[in-house]
Ligand binder design. Structure first.
Ligand code: AGP
Length: 629
């Protein structure tokens, strides 16, 4: 998804912007660009409206321009294309904006890449989101004699700003006037010719400020400026901001100055680097024990079998629970829904994109949005649909200050740390554990019982057990044995069904090979026709209850058709007898075995993708945070 970075200060803007764009690459993009201005003129004023920093802006945001010029460079494709384009002469200046684009209007070309300038070169703009009324705005601008260069919705913004400037408005007024005409979702940052400031606005698309020692940063995501500062100001929908090298002034939609708190994030640059692993995904798979310890820290009282989650102290025990989510988070939601039901609370997981358009009666349901990024448009739309019908909403998310966290009535953080790889790994595990804690805390019948104490003890042991799987896994050898087959089927029953779905999603996402996940009993109702000796079946079988024994029968069915079988098992149901390979799970409580199996499947997907030379951290066509519906 698109990424924004902006900088104004004493440093070299081009260097800061390129560093930020590198950090944002994980969001997925198809073109990139920067615009740098000399920004020689100070914004005049006495600092009265200051909300952070010690600079100033006058009541009208008054500026003057000397026509110093904005240097815009942009290229389709990877960031290295942009870097090559500036090799022979980088733009110089102390204020600038940068962007990684993921196409929504018009193909990925140099012309459609951001930043977009208007006709005069007085302003350049980067934008995330979708301007829904851009056609009407464009028509009016064209009727007024303006010429457009690109196919994008974004280009209306610099034209609107230029129009306001031509009418005599100062940059801040021109920027605010342009933004007030936009409908849809946007995070926008503009740079003006000869002006030592950035102008930014957000609505339904994330935007944060970074308060550095030698300048201020603007970005769609904190990692973009973590190299320079950990001090962050979160902007809200409807706010605009004038950012100078020594301060920023935030205004609400009415133009009133808003006081903003500066938060210090506890992520550091090392957290967003690969720490010696070949890929972020592998690093993040191996970070799971640490992430789980962070998730559980201070939340579990094993002795009395209770969970402390002060975040939900005000939330009454729900009569019904709806969980809304997408992709991997949906698989975590399936696990969460099953756990609520086991604890006696009716619960159902919904695909957020469906829930948003066909919202079921919410009654007095608690609606939980499960989203690692907290910015997934489908999930936000589902949560908004629930809220508009009067439901209480709760976000289970990894990103403090994300849209989901801010919009919901309550938020529980999964504390997994930044996840850079597009494929969700440690966040899935931490989502499942967070939801398990929520069940223990909110589902009345769960709390304090012997069974609850056993489940909490199992969660305490989980980080060590995941470490054991990571240390002893034979996934690399299994990957080597089965790389390059016609297709891959993942099966599991009961609690292992979401694991099968997640195993298949992870596998196809990064290997680009066909994979499907099934409830083990479903395969014989059609898909068995596709099973051959060239389609490995990966069967997750844990415990030795009736469900496990039935899954063993399903394994025999595929084995009889010549399919190679890889059993992911704790060995209790005897499935290894029918398997060509086994990925062993340690002896553990039934409630955590599915997560241990999932760790094995993450490793299988990783090693097959690595063997095939795939773009593991940034799979083709995919983005880390999907901010359009
Ligand atoms: C997971 O590997 C995928 N990249 C994707 O399915 C993801 O889980 C989904 O887009 C939801 O994202 P979220 O958790 O940030 O809402």
């Amino acid at each position: 998804m698109c990424g924004i970075v902006g900088y104004v200060g004493d440093g070299d803007a081009t260097r800061v912007l390129l560093s930020g764009l590198n950090q944002l690459e994980y969001r997925g993009y198809d073109s990139a660009g920067i615009a740098v201005s000399d920004g020689e003129d100070e914004i005049c004023g006495d600092g009265e409206d200051e909300v952070c920093g010690d600079g100033g802006v006058d009541a009208n945001g008054g500026v003057s321009s000397d026509g110093a010029g904005i240097d815009v460079r942009k290229r389709a494709g990877e960031l290295e294309n942009l870097e090559a384009a500036i090799e022979s002469g980088a733009p110089t200046g102390s204020v600038g904006i940068g962007h990684t684009r993921w196409s929504t209007h018009g193909p990925p070309t140099d012309r459609n890449a951001h930043p977009h300038a208007g006709e005069t070169g007085a302003v350049a703009v980067v934008h995330n989101g979708i301007i829904e009324n851009y056609r009407a705005l464009k028509e009016a601008l064209v009727d007024a004699g303006r010429t457009f260069e690109s196919d994008t919705d974004t280009e209306v913004v610099p034209h609107l700003i230029e129009q306001a400037l031509a009418d005599g408005a100062d940059p801040e007024t021109a920027f605010r006037r342009a933004v007030s005409q936009l409908e849809g979702s946007y995070a926008i940052v503009a740079v003006f010719e000869g002006v030592d400031a950035l102008f930014a606005a957000r609505n339904d698309s994330p935007l944060v400020l970074g308060v550095g020692d030698d300048g201020y940063h603007v970005a769609s995501d904190v990692p973009a400026f973590l190299e320079f500062t950990e001090r962050v100001v979160y902007l809200e929908d409807g706010e605009t901001v004038v950012v100078r090298g020594d301060g920023a002034t935030v205004r609400n939609g009415d133009g009133d100055v808003v006081e903003k708190a500066v938060t210090t994030v506890d992520w550091d640059v090392e957290d967003t680097g690969k720490s010696g692993y070949d890929h972020y995904m592998l690093k993040e798979i191996h970070e799971q024990p640490t992430a789980l310890r962070q998730c559980l820290s201070g939340r579990v009282n094993e002795l009395d079998g209770t969970v402390e989650l002060p975040e939900v102290d005000g939330v009454p025990a729900p009569s019904t629970v709806h969980l809304v989510a997408c992709g991997t988070s949906y698989h975590a939601a399936l696990v969460g829904a099953a756990r609520f039901r086991e604890a006696g609370t009716p619960a159902q997981a919904f695909l957020a994109s469906e829930y948003a358009v066909r919202t079921p009666p919410v009654g007095d349901a608690l609606v939980i949005g499960v989203t690692q990024s907290g910015e997934t448009a489908d999930t936000l739309a589902a949560l908004r649909a629930a809220r508009s019908r009067g439901a209480r909403t709760l976000a289970v998310t990894n990103v403090v200050g994300s849209s989901a966290a801010r919009e919901c009535d309550d938020a529980v953080y999964i504390r997994a740390g930044p996840e850079i790889g597009v494929a969700a790994t440690k966040t899935f595990t931490s989502q499942v554990v967070s939801l398990s804690l929520l069940v223990e805390r909110l589902a009345g019948s769960a709390t304090g019982s012997e069974a609850s104490r056993e489940r909490l003890a199992a969660l305490r042991d989980l980080p060590g057990l995941v470490q054991q799987v990571l240390d002893e896994s034979a996934a690399a050898a299994v990957a080597e044995a089965y790389v390059g087959r016609d297709g891959y089927f993942f099966i599991g029953r009961g609690p292992n069904h979401p694991v099968a779905l997640e195993g298949a999603l992870k596998f196809k996402e990064i290997t680009y090979e066909h994979a499907e996940g099934f409830a083990a009993g479903e395969l014989k109702h059609g898909t068995l026709a596709l099973v051959t000796e060239r389609t490995p079946v990966i069967a997750v079988v844990t415990g030795d209850d009736a469900a496990a024994r039935k899954t063993v029968s399903n394994v025999k069915e595929v084995e009889a058709r010549g399919a190679p079988v890889i059993a992911v098992t704790d060995g209790r149901a005897g499935v290894a007898e029918y398997a060509d390979h086994t990925l062993a799970l340690p002896d553990a409580h039934p409630s955590v075995l599915p997560l241990l199996a999932n760790t094995q499947l993450q490793l299988v997907a990783y090693h097959v993708a690595n063997r095939l030379g795939r773009s593991i951290d940034k799979p083709r066509n995919l983005a880390k945070s999907v901010t359009v519906e």
